[in-house]
Design a binder for this molecule. Structure first.
Ligand SMILES: N[C@@H](CCC(=O)N[C@@H](CS)C(=O)NCC(=O)O)C(=O)O
Length: 221
């Protein structure tokens, strides 16, 4: 039996969704965030990094959402949710599996952290903290995130999903940064394909079933 160690409002929602797409049985062990938004210490008993998602499958314990999705698809997919090796779709599949956490999430995470600094420092420092936070957003994060959005919009201009015209686990992996981006930055009228991507994935029956299994899913702004 597969167990998903699921932290509320987190990347592990993707793993529940993938398991629902695959039609597998699994159990969910839920964890609440601490007031600091960190995962509780009990997750460290499952994996030394104490992050979510983590799954156990028999004697395997596996962390890192991209690795988990690839493991599940390879072991249980029976040819579904990953393009065949040697195709252009497969190269794009690998690219977006890596890109989601390697390139896009760090920018969105920095935006979250810098945006919260002013409210977390002692009040006499807040005006200075706000200046630093706003300047970082304006000169560094904002333009880079806009560049990534334009790139992703152009990628979806000629095909339905990130790897090709078929839905794959790369779309599951891309869902979290794009849902986070929709919550933290929003997609304006110049990004209709990204908005449509998020709408289409949220309409999938397996996505909805995963929400029922995982509990409330409110991405941090
Ligand atoms: N790149 C890792 C990131 C894991 C990660 O940072 N997970 C967050 C949840 S979205 C977490 O556990 N946060 C709580 C903490 O850092 O204590 C992955 O994709 O699995």
């Amino acid at each position: 039996m597969i167990t998903v160690h699921h932290l509320e409002n987190s990347r592990s929602q993707r793993v529940l969704w993938m398991l629902e797409e695959l039609g597998l049985d699994y159990e969910v062990k839920r964890y609440q965030r601490e007031p600091t938004m960190q995962a509780p210490a009990s997750l460290r008993a499952v994996h030394p990094l104490g992050k979510s998602p983590v799954i156990t499958d028999g004697d395997w314990t596996l962390a890192e959402s991209g690795a988990i999705l690839e493991y599940l698809v390879e072991r249980y997919g029976e040819g579904r949710f990953a393009p065949p090796l040697g195709t252009r779709e497969r190269v794009r599949y690998t690219y977006f599996q890596q890109y989601a956490e390697g390139s896009l999430m760090p920018l969105l995470f920095m935006k979250l952290v810098f945006g919260r600094i002013p409210e977390r420092v002692p009040w006499p420092m807040r005006p200075v903290a706000r200046l630093i936070s706003n300047a970082t957003d304006k000169t560094l994060l904002g333009p880079q995130i806009a560049n990534h959005f334009a790139f992703l919009e152009s990628e979806l201009a000629s095909r339905d999903w990130f790897a090709g015209d078929t839905f794959t686990a790369a779309d599951v992996q891309m869902s979290f940064p794009l849902e986070a981006a929709a919550a933290r930055v929003g997609f304006d009228d110049r990004l209709p394909k990204l908005k449509d991507f998020v709408d289409r994935l949220q309409a999938r029956p397996a996505y909805k079933r995963a929400l029922e299994k995982g509990g409330p899913y409110t991405l941090l702004k």
